[in-house]
Design a protein around this ligand. Sequence first.
Ligand code: GLC
Length: 543
Amino acid sequence: MERKAFKDRIIYQIYPLSFCDSNNDGYGDLKGIISKLDYLKNLGIGIIWLSPIYKSPLKDNGYDISDYYDINPLLGTMSDFDELLKEAEKRDIKIVMDLVINHTSDQHYWFQEALKDKNSKYRNYYYFKEGKGKKPPNNWNAAFSGSCWEKVPNEENMYYLHLFTKEQPDLNYHNEEVINEVKNILKFYLDKGVYGFRCDVINEIYKTSLDDGKFRFFSRGKEHYENQDGCFEVLTRLRKEALDHYDTFLVGETSSIVPDMGQKFIDTRALDTFFEFDHAFCASNKFIPIFKKKFKPKYLIKPIFKWQNAVSWIGAYLENHDQLRSVSRFGDEGKYYKESAKALGLFLLSLKGTIFIYQGEELGMLNYKDLTFEESDDCMAKSVVNTATHILPITKKFAFKLVNETVNRDHARAPMQWDDSINGGFNNGAKTWLKVNSDYKNINAKEELNDPDSTFNFYKKAIAFRNNNDCFKDGEFIPLKSNSNIAKFIRKTAEESYLCVINLSKKEIKDKDIDENKQIVLSTHKKHQKNILKPYEGLIYKL
Ligand code: GLC
């Protein structure tokens, strides 16, 4: 059987608003993406995942869709998208879209009709429910804080459900018509030549009941909507009734997933793979995520190792549009900046599963140093700041400082840094929708392309190595015991095996396996010292 592309290729996530602004209006666009396809090809990318490009009022930057069959005019037109597909195909790059079907925008025609007319069939596309006395229908809370019920204007005691912001009403998957709508959306894009979908908050789409949830500070109510049997049924039906006619790929965003459930998504063919979040929250307090925890490499290594063998195929990543930059969180912004960027890259690119790289990660892009609350765009960061200042005796400035160090999604969404010209070459100087990170003069693609020792060129080398190596694509992953600052493992097939040793700390560490006489196939440093791993030094040996 032909190997599946998603098992062989590296996926690169593009956040379209921030990638490249071709018409200098301050927003990235599809033409900008087309102009950078050669850059991605040169890096060795085989699949692009586009964060949402559909029509949207951008209350949650496109994760609030008002028309699934149209493109956000800020990003371009449907014919620009067709052009992007064509140009990508010419370069043998596949396109994966974001599929946001847990909710629509409140500006979507379906929701507008549902609001206008109680008897409209679209009411049953969503969850409308009467409140309990003066209270909402149940005690669930929304992901970005507050209740997940919003009062319907001009109606007595009527509410609608939104697990995210109030501008993102949840769709009702008990309604056959909603499932049919999704099938049609899938077919529309698959017929255009799209390869697959990254399914947004997909393990929350099916609400088994609307009863009160058990007491919890966060995600109260989740036992009624997370990983429900109905979710597996809906996805398996979509697979059989729409997707199976195509060679396609689904990766799910599955919050608080555990291994059994993750494997069930794969076994039922509900999804091909999924993202886990254990490692994503490893640098913040478990109970109050806006409190930072002093990072130790083992916090990152342990969950990643766990998931490598917990399920048959994982979506491996360090960054995405919802996370802080990995070098800022897990690496070193100071003396060992470049070494740590490469060590993290080597770790990621040596793992089993489908590897996802987020735009700018290949350049070692960092968090903002000087973003203010007023300059911030992220609806979640703002809402968390507001809630925190309500429930804790802290100022807005201090709340934002905490949020900025832990959960603010703006850091990853800063415009891409292409060169050292105005606005980092993201555009020709027009005010950008989110400010450009002030470090663009030092960290940018042009500079790194020209420097053989850059993070970009290291990623390029490591990607080329993986692209040509079946052992790294799907060989076994064998974790080895070592100093807790080191990620040490073997990748192995019947034919060959490799030893990977990566120091994820600032310390020099003794390791008896470090030997310049062994065959090194990839390394972060040029020179090596017997039995010693330098700070953030990583090597792969052929055994
Ligand atoms: C996912 C997206 C995030 C969005 C949320 C609601 O978590 O990654 O950006 O805000 O879903 O759609």
